[in-house]
Design a protein. Structure first.
Length: 194
């Protein structure tokens, strides 16, 4: 979890500032109540994920882990694989965005529509990476809170994706709609716009 936070909230904004002159973090700058709620929920999710991970590291007896004896070795091995794979995908997808990388929606900005790299295969590889990472987290820390956070992340990602799609359609018009008709939302070929 510390690696995820370091990549998403420290390294990538630093790289964005160095290469493009902006930190790229535009959370809590929207006048939209819906966007402010999504930004707040993302911050709460991050705090809860990190808090539970720290509790597992320093006070594991405080967690109500589900009985690991009922968990298969394959599921226990899948946790770290999903987490590390998700973080690797996150790094690659963030780098593919270049100057267009942002955390949040920056109304009025049009740094360019990215359709290459991982974005040739799905429109939201960063969100896919976050979902994979938190799914791996839930396998490593099998608690009710982990499953609630994974479900909450999915709902939040889904809502943020719809908001971003509306922004991209306003900003890039037909170019975005043509791209969204060819490329799936989270998985190749799945979730193309009609």
């Amino acid at each position: 979890m510390l690696l995820l936070v370091a990549v998403a909230c420290c390294w990538r904004p630093w790289l964005q500032r160095r290469r493009h002159g902006s930190w790229g973090i535009v959370l809590f700058q929207s006048s939209s109540v819906g966007q402010l709620v999504r930004d707040s929920m993302m911050a709460v999710l991050a705090v809860l994920l990190l808090g539970q991970a720290l509790a597992a590291a320093f006070w594991p007896e405080a967690l109500n882990l589900w009985d690991a004896a009922h968990s298969s070795a394959a599921l226990q091995a899948a946790g770290p694989v999903l987490m590390l794979g998700g973080i690797g995908l996150l790094i690659a997808a963030q780098l593919d965005l270049g100057a267009s990388w942002r955390i949040g929606i920056e109304e009025g900005a049009s740094p360019g529509l990215v359709t290459g790299g991982l974005y040739r295969f799905c429109r939201n590889p960063i969100f896919l990476a976050l979902l994979l990472t938190v799914a791996g987290y839930a396998l490593l820390l099998p608690t009710t809170l982990s499953l609630v956070l994974l479900a909450g992340l999915y709902i939040g990602v889904r809502q943020q994706t719809l908001a971003e799609e509306a922004y991209l359609a306003r900003t890039y018009a037909d170019a975005y709609r043509d791209y969204a008709r060819r490329v799936g939302r989270f998985l190749p070929g799945v979730g193309k716009l009609p």
